[in-house]
Design a protein around this ligand. Structure first.
Ligand SMILES: [Zn+2]
Length: 478
């Protein structure tokens, strides 16, 4: 049966079986880090709660252990392997060298991606040939989720870097058998280079981080280009609010495209895969379609760590079921999902896989501001981002937090920088933004500064940095 047609009850049975086998045969004997825990109690997914969480802090170097991440790399012990009856039989029939070669393919790291490390030093995640097979397999599954066919073509505009998003797309194309040109994004080829590449390849699918894809479409639209071939936009690497999805679809339709569908993806370095939405209208979301045979997602209460029920919001925690190389179990992502996890078949495509539904936000996007009378106000910048991305006349924006009068002892100020779309009525636009801020977060920017699009793109470093600067905290560090 295909991966996306198996009934939920059968998928859960397979998960329990695979988890038990994985912990017994791979993790307990060969993981330097997890070997210290008693894994024998964990026989089902529900038993996972007996295992402590792993967080990013566990992977970071310390003065005693400057190479802490190595503890998480699966390191086989040849004496243990040699005594397994299956291995003995295999050596008899196929020869010792063939068995050694198979173990090398299974366990030797040959590929790396790394965390982006904006707040801490990057952590490398190793893949073996076994993992590369899974990276290709999940890539092909994501393309199926998007509803693409092998006859379609794609342009991959994710930044060229040792990051999951870029490579997931590269291997997805190879495995699925679809022509994909990987441009490396804005930093490698510039906006003009990407536009010319799209003109040449005439792809059905465009993939990249939302801000950059939007920027490319907007500039091509301004240049009067026609892109009737585009029918799918694949977004990843950061959240893609409905407002920006709608803007992309509208622009492309003005450029001659027909029915354009936008599919978001979610994934992180530690999961070593991404998951995708199946196509819907920009206003809908089908949720991220998971691969239940390759990993387990738990949704937990971030305060107590208790596992939440189906459909309940909470923090996402990931455990792989078939990984080699760098392996983290019960990994706390710090990402919150507001609709939780559901096993209901997808109402859009009918796939039976579990899905993550609703918006995903990061806890770290909440900042504490001293706004005069309101000392220590907690402001969720995810909400502000939604408001700005949803404002139709705002082309690009940046929020800057600074100290009033540049005095480190003064109150904080919130300055909103915007580049409005051509022809927008500035006074009305400013009023509209102030009103929405007041209504939804009960605060308004101290100033709204208007810039040209070129100045704005330099401010957010769209073409020069891997991650554009949306929230600029310009307060002096204490
Ligand atoms: Zn679906």
């Amino acid at each position: 049966m295909k991966w996306d047609e198996i009934p939920a009850a059968e998928q859960r049975r397979i998960q329990n079986e695979k988890l038990h086998r994985y912990l017994t045969e791979v993790i307990a004997p060969f993981s330097p880090y997890y070997k210290r825990f008693d894994l024998s109690k964990i026989k089902t997914v529900a038993d996972l709660r007996h295992l402590p969480f792993t967080t990013k802090a566990d992977l970071l170097p310390t003065s005693e252990q400057p190479e802490k991440f190595r503890e998480f790399i699966i390191t086989p012990d040849s004496t243990v392997l040699k005594h397994r009856p299956r291995v003995v039989a295999e050596a008899l029939f196929r020869g010792r060298r063939a068995v050694e070669r198979r173990f090398e393919r299974e366990y030797r790291p040959i590929f790396l991606t790394a965390t982006t490390g904006r707040s801490s030093s990057p952590v490398a995640f190793a893949y073996t040939e076994h993992d590369m097979h899974n990276l290709r397999e999940t890539g092909a599954r994501i393309i199926q989720t998007f509803g693409c066919t092998t006859k379609m073509r794609g342009v991959n505009m994710f930044p060229y870097a040792p990051h999951l998003a870029f490579w997931q797309v590269v291997f997805a194309g190879l495995e699925f058998g679809m022509l994909i040109l990987s441009t490396g994004g804005g930093k490698v080829m510039g906006t003009d280079g990407n536009i010319l590449a799209i003109e040449k390849v005439k792809p059905e699918a465009l993939a990249g981080i939302p801000t950059f894809v939007y920027h490319v479409i907007r500039q091509a639209h301004e240049e009067g280009r026609k892109w009737p071939h585009v029918s799918k936009i694949i977004l990843g690497g950061e959240k893609s609010p409905q407002g920006i999805r709608r803007k992309m679809v509208d622009l492309l339709q003005e450029m001659g495209a027909g029915d354009v569908r936008v599919c978001g993806t979610y994934g992180f370095t530690e999961s070593r895969t991404a998951w995708g939405e199946c196509p819907t209208l920009p206003e809908d979301s089908s949720g991220y379609h998971l691969f239940s045979d390759l990993g387990i997602i738990e949704v937990i209460d971030p305060e107590t760590g208790a596992v939440k029920g189906e459909g309940e919001p909470g923090e996402l925690v990931y455990t792989p079921l078939d990984a080699r190389g760098t392996v983290v179990l019960r990994y706390r992502t710090g990402d919150y999902i507001d609709g939780g996890l559901t096993w209901e078949p997808c109402p859009h495509c009918g796939r039976t896989v579990p899905r993550l539904v609703g918006a995903i936000g990061r806890a770290s996007n909440t900042k504490e501001l001293d706004l005069g009378k309101l000392k220590g106000t907690l402001v969720n910048f995810d909400t502000l981002q939604h408001i700005l991305d949803d404002s139709p006349d705002v082309g690009e924006w940046q929020l800057e937090i600074r100290k009033a009068h540049d005095d480190p002892h003064d109150v904080d100020e919130l300055v909103l920088h915007i580049a409005p779309d051509n022809g927008a009525d500035l006074d009305r636009l400013k009023d509209k933004i102030r009103n929405r801020f007041q209504r939804e977060v009960e605060l308004t920017p101290n100033r709204i500064e208007v810039h040209t699009m070129d100045d704005m793109l330099r401010r957010i470093k769209l073409e020069t940095s891997l991650k554009e600067v949306r929230i600029l905290d310009a307060r002096p560090k204490p």
